[in-house]
Ligand binder design. Sequence first.
Ligand code: NAD
Length: 378
Amino acid sequence: MNYSIALIPGDGIGPEVISKAAGVLDLVGDKFGHVFNFIELEAGGCAIDSTGEPLPASTLETARQCDALLLGAVGGPKWETLPGDLRPERALLGLRAGLGVFANLRPATLLPQLKNACPLKDEVLKAGHPDGKAGFDILIVRELTGGIYFGERGRDGSGKTPDSSAFDTERYSRFEIERVLRVAYDAAAKRGGKLCMVDKANVLESSRFWREIAMETAAKYKNIETSYMYVDNCAMQLIRAPGQFDVIVTSNIFGDILSDEASVLSGSIGMLASASIGVKGTGKYPAGMYEPIHGSAPDIAGKDLANPLATILSAAMMLRYSFSLEKEAQAIENAVNKTLDSGLRTKDIADRTKSAQNEKIVGTNEMAAAVIKALEDE
Ligand code: NAD
């Protein structure tokens, strides 16, 4: 098959990590008989420098015609003093809205090789794990384009008098809830078969609506074990017994907070991939935007220090969710695992404890080359 992939390297370490992920995809194409056509586009600070805008119309237009988008990161000190609307990060919102991606998928996994990077104790990691292993493999599905971040907001009064007030509104329509639940259930079917719907249904009407619709949806996915949890409890359970979770699905604001909490448990930001998925044409949800969760890391840009694995793993997510190439996605994940098994570590994931004798600290280039070698040997 032929696939067109929009590549947006962006700023800082973005170009370094994107070029490595593209190299991995090229090899996957050769090995499995696919052609990935890359179309490189500008967004972020570099686009401001060349066109005056963070997201040129031509970038969005071309990205919309591609089968999926892989983005590095945008932003940096050079553009920090620009007004909000002209800042590089605006490009991300414009791309999400323009591509209609409404479900954000963030895996939070503890790879056994990086166990020492997790701040939780072994007994906590074992608690709740179905096999009693010390670890977790969670996928948080967050609604991305609705709820309180997009609801009606405003202020009354001068802001100085005691009765001055401010408000934001959490409003969800049925179709917004149904479509993100479908993504989450489909993901659970491809993973551990468990889904936990997180809300605040004991207090919020919008959460009660979510739960009603989740119960209807659960009845259609009888092979998935559905549970329901209040968000305050979930925040606690994530650090008490993360092994109990498989897929968590929740609203925009709850997902924002919980996914950041979960990301800390995985060790380094340099390992964490993400996918934002929508619906395009008549397909199920091929429109997708894939990116590492880290930023442009200007402090290490151009120094061969960036961990390329989050972007490489984002490319694997692209193969899985936009192209349904499960075998190919797993081949990338296996290659990453083997590379870590061999003891190679970029600085951000280096074990600083005494047990780290078998590790070798490498740079971006050597890490990516090792993943490519492991993939060749698969
Ligand atoms: P950051 O994620 O860029 O960096 C935070 C820390 O993590 C830094 O010490 C950095 O060196 C380290 N780090 C990040 N990615 C790494 C990797 N792959 N390998 C090794 N170390 C890594 O966050 P920040 O410093 O707050 O932001 C820098 C710029 O990036 C800002 O302009 C910010 O607005 C932007 N940003 C962009 C995105 C995005 O494009 N999606 C996300 C977050 C921040």
